[in-house]
Write a protein that binds this ligand. Structure first.
Ligand SMILES: [Zn+2]
Ligand SMILES: [Zn+2]
Ligand SMILES: [Zn+2]
Length: 252
């Protein structure tokens, strides 16, 4: 199983438009963060988690082949803003989209033309699959377990695939969900910034979650410029925790 981090930034991306802080003006490419998404390959099966507004730019350098499923975490723009750019992938057939009911309903409002009876030629053809947090499902023989997370008051989904889990936009994890996160080789979890935030874990809180879940290795995602410079933050992290960066490839 291979995981490519297509984007590791928060909703605004980094640099943030109009900001001249040391992170937004840094020359280090690891301080440039597109909106959060990963592309997972398991043999010939390709899964995309989230499809934000930077999707076009993120997928252009990748091999052009079928995406077997898009797993959506929630309906915020930074996670679904690029859905229309799935159009080219309809050459391989309709694209299968998985998400909870709230997310799929919001998608129908966002790109209604994909869901009308008489579709304008060329619109993205999407098959929606509604899942809830306890529905185990399988794509091309790959088993996927959704994990319920709370993003302030909004219930959203994380996903476990084998010994890999992807949890973004987390504020807290309901106690009963920790059972699904045992014995992970890799945990990817959001850590927004140093300071507190109403709907996201900050760095200290994300480190506490890593300690509690105790994966072999953890990577932080969904970072804002207020996290600080990549190299500086990275130096003080425990040995099994790293900041991710755009373009990072890992193999499990
Ligand atoms: Zn987000
Ligand atoms: Zn900045
Ligand atoms: Zn969000």
């Amino acid at each position: 199983m291979k995981v490519k981090f297509l984007g590791t930034g928060t909703s605004t991306g980094v640099p943030e438009i109009g900001c001249s802080c040391e992170v937004c003006t840094s020359d280090n490419i690891k301080d440039r963060r597109l909106r959060a998404s990963v592309l997972i390959s398991i043999n010939e099966t390709r899964l995309l988690i989230d499809c934000g507004p930077d999707f076009r730019q993120q997928i252009l350098p990748e091999q052009f082949s079928k995406i077997h499923a898009v797993l959506l975490t929630h309906e915020h723009y930074d996670h679904v803003g690029g859905m229309d750019d799935l159009r080219p992938f309809c050459r391989f057939g309709d694209v299968d989209i998985y998400g909870n009911r709230t997310t799929l309903n919001a998608l129908k409002d966002r790109i209604p033309y994909s869901f009308t009876e008489n579709k304008y030629p060329g619109v993205p053809l999407l098959n929606l699959h509604e899942i809830e947090s306890d529905d185990f499902f399988s794509i091309q023989g790959v088993n996927i377990l959704p994990v319920k997370l709370m993003h302030y008051k909004l219930p959203i989904l994380g996903y476990r695939i084998g010994n890999f889990a992807y949890l973004t936009d987390v504020k807290y994890i309901p106690e009963e969900e920790y059972d699904k996160l045992k014995d992970l080789d890799v945990l990817v979890i959001s850590a927004l910034r140093i300071g507190d935030h109403m709907s996201h874990l900050n760095l200290a809180q994300a480190l506490d979650e890593v300690k509690k879940i105790s994966p072999k290795q953890a990577y932080f995602i969904h970072m804002s410029h207020q996290m600080g410079l990549h190299d500086k933050v990275e130096r003080d992290l425990p040995e099994n925790v790293s900041l991710s960066y755009d373009g990072l490839d890992i193999e499990l």
